[in-house]
Design a protein around this ligand. Sequence first.
Ligand SMILES: [Cu+2]
Length: 161
Amino acid sequence: MNIQLRTLMISTVLGLSLLLTACGGSTSSSAATAIPSTGPVTLELGSAGDNLAFNKTALTVFSGQQVTIKFTDNSTALQHNWVLVKGGDDLAQQVATEGLVAGADKNYLPTDPANIIANTPLSNAGQTVETSFTAPAPGTYTYFCTVPGHYPLMKGTLTVN
Ligand SMILES: [Cu+2]
């Protein structure tokens, strides 16, 4: 094969691949937004001592990821829980009010769990409680404590990428 023919073949192949790259724009952008393959994750947080606050107010996971939350009640006398709702602060306020109406017998959780993605049981002082769930669609979600008077002080944001 002479050099001229080789050069011609190489430039033809290069030209073709450039053409394919240009046409493949939509393909490469959808690949960039694909869900990363990530394994199960355990996230630990607690109450900020005796304060009505979590010691972590921001958590991040990937959509579709299997998530376990371990919540430790670092207070000396307070009950808490960790509740994740399918929305932001407005929905958290609604669920907190419904939980207050439901009362301690229902762990301060609404009878209808439609707005709740996950929740731990109530914790007593010094106790660690947990819950597992599959991370929902990308977005931001409020987690908070439904023990009366703790919301809106005791809350945080779960970011799902
Ligand atoms: Cu609380």
